[in-house]
Each structure stands twice: as structure tokens, then as C-alpha cells.
Ligand binder design. Sequence first.
Ligand code: PMP
Ligand code: GLN
Length: 393
Amino acid sequence: MKPVNSLLAQTGTTIFTTMSALAAQYGAVNLGQGFPDGDGPVDVVRAAAEALLDRRNQYPPLSGLPELKMAVAAANARFYGLKIDPQAGVCVTSGATEALTACLMALINPGDEVVLIEPLYDTYLPVVRLLGGVPRLVRLSPPDWALPRAEFAAAFGPKTKLLLLNSPMNPTGKLFTPDDLDFIADQLCAHDVYAVCDEVYEHLVFGGMAHVPLMTRPGMAERCLRIGSAGKTFSLTGWKVGYVSGPPALIGPVAKAHQNLTFTTPPNLQRAVALGLAKSDAYFTGLADEMRAKRDRLEAGLRRLGFATLPAGGSYFITADFSALGFTGDDVAFCQRMVTQAKVAAIPVSAFYAADPPRHYVRFAFCKQDEVLDEALRRLGAWLATKPLTGGP
Ligand code: PMP
Ligand code: GLN
């Protein structure tokens, strides 16, 4: 039989699925895959349930229900002062995952170069490659994950079509500063390049810092496609409702890609998300405050146990260096031992690199009930007390 698609044949099952399966197999506390263990705001969930019962269950409009598109445009104005056309400037998708693929499909022709920042989220590289894009990777280095400006500028050339920028960033929790964003914007203008901005963690930002979309910087409104996720904003990751905001000239091709991917997104969920986006400021600040307290709780606990944690300004995740614990194996081996022996799951950070990754960092998700975080720390403490790590892999 003839071979299947060669790029997909090389793509493994995601590390998130792998680690969640191991967590289930070993009865581990799952601080691997990033999903909250609560159930999201009850009014939003109820709105989705009620919307199933009023006979509007057929295909909604291709680019999204008008009420959700209006709510997305209004949220852009309310949180960032961005002017988005609620009709032609928004496309609703089945999760940010679909939004990312639709945006990349909308922009990439085979041979176009795409600037990506490592460590990177796992869908970026395979999709860029499937579309015939040529990745140009720029690497941030721990512990501060600063943007190496000269290297970044050198990644742009006449063939560069777009930059894929994730802020707040998974897995590092880094937020690109306004100064970084101005520098990035200058490169995009100088080289006539677009940006796909993965901002799914836009409302999970801590410590008085504000999320600043690249799209707010001068000259960027025409060049950026900004992606949000109801899954993250309402702690309902299974819903898979995403939204892309941008200039009509770019949203048009995104909608054409969406028409060939999923065509539409469940109408009841769209209606509930529209209600959610109109919630009071107290909801959004409350979500960030709650998540910040969880970050602080896990960070303090990991430090007490001897991990060196890296600063995390946003997202669901904190990165921890396990070198000081005396283990000489790599991050994959560390996570294997941790899930099988301590019964705590985390994600090896090397999974977020194309090649030659650092091998002594793990990513912990803190978007869990306090008791769950405490139980994970208790298990890790008991495990480490048995000195399980001396002697390497
Ligand atoms: N981008 C990043 C950086 C993510 O962490 C995730 C996590 N799920 C996604 C996109 C996908 O979001 P969604 O669940 O809305 O598809
Ligand atoms: N975004 C989630 C994470 O980084 C995982 C989503 C998935 O499993 N694809 O953990």
C-alpha cells in the first residue's frame, strides 16, 4: 500500500495526551495537560444548556453567530481599545487550535518563511510544515526568556510571510513587554510581514502586569490576526470555541479556511460564550487573581522541595528546574519517574522544541483546586524524601 502523508506519519501523539494517559494509568495527580478541574462560570454553562432546548440547533452562520461576533468586537474595544468590525473582522472557530490552522492556511503559500519562537506550542511546527511553510526558529533562553533581538531581526528576510507570536506564552508563562512588541512591530513593518497572535491566555495575567496585544502597536492593526479561546477565558477547555479578530482583508481568507476545516462551531456554545464575554470586569480580574494565587501556592511548594522555579507572568503553567535535586537523567526520564513513583504528572519542556532542547525543565499546570495542588506537593515531598533520584536514570 502507498504511504500515508509523510509529515503526519512522523508526527507523534501529543505529549499532553501521553502524559494524561500515564496519569490515569498510575492514578497520578495530573499537573501535566493544561485544563482546570473546576467547571467554569455557572451562568455561562447554564446558557449553553438552555440554548440546546430552544430549537436553534442547525448550522449557524459560517463565520459565527452575530451575537458572538459582536461580543468579540466589544471585548476587543473594552479590554484593549481595539476597533474591530463585528461583521467582517471576526471569525469564530472550533477552538484556538482550529483558529491557528485557519490563520496559517489563510496566509501561507508553499515556500513562505514563518518566524516561530522556541519553546513553542506543539501544533505550530507540524501545521506550518504541512502547508509548505519554511520555519525559521528563534530561541528564547531560560531563566528570563528574553527576546534575542539581533537574532530575531536576522530571522526576517524577503521570503518571510508571517510571525507566529504566543503571549502570554505556553510553556514559559512569559509576557512580551510593550518594548518587545514595539521592536517586533518595527521588524514586521520593515519586512512587510503578518503576525498570527496566539493570545489564548490573554485573561490569565498576574502580578499587576497587563496583557498587551501586538495588534495595539502602531501599524499592526492591518497586519495581525489575534486569536482568543473561550476554553481558557471561561475555564471550559472542552468547549473548543475560538475567535479570530483582524482586518476584514485577512479575516476573509481565514473564514474560507474555516469553511474547509469545520465550517461552523456549535451554536449553543457560541451563544453562551457571547454572554460570557459580556461579564463584568470582576469576573475577569477574579479569574486572574484566582489563578495567580494558585501559581503562588505551587511555586512556593516547589521551591520548598528544592526545585528552582522560573518566573511565570501568565498562562496556566510554571516551569521548574530539577537540576538541584541531583537527577542526572533528562526531563523525559524525570517525568516518567515522577508519574510512576511519586504519582504526579508534569510535562517535559523539551517537548516544546524542534531540536536540541534544554533537558532539565518540567512544566507544571497550576490551574487546579488548591487541595489538588497540595496533594501533588505532598506526594512529591514524600517521594523526594526517599532520595529516589540519586544515581541518574
Ligand atoms: N494555543 C496555546 C498556546 C495553547 O496553550 C492552547 C491550549 N489548548 C491552544 C492554543 C488551543 O486552545 P483551544 O483549546 O481553544 O483549541
Ligand atoms: N494547551 C494544553 C496544554 O498546553 C493542552 C491542549 C491539548 O492537549 N492539545 O497543556
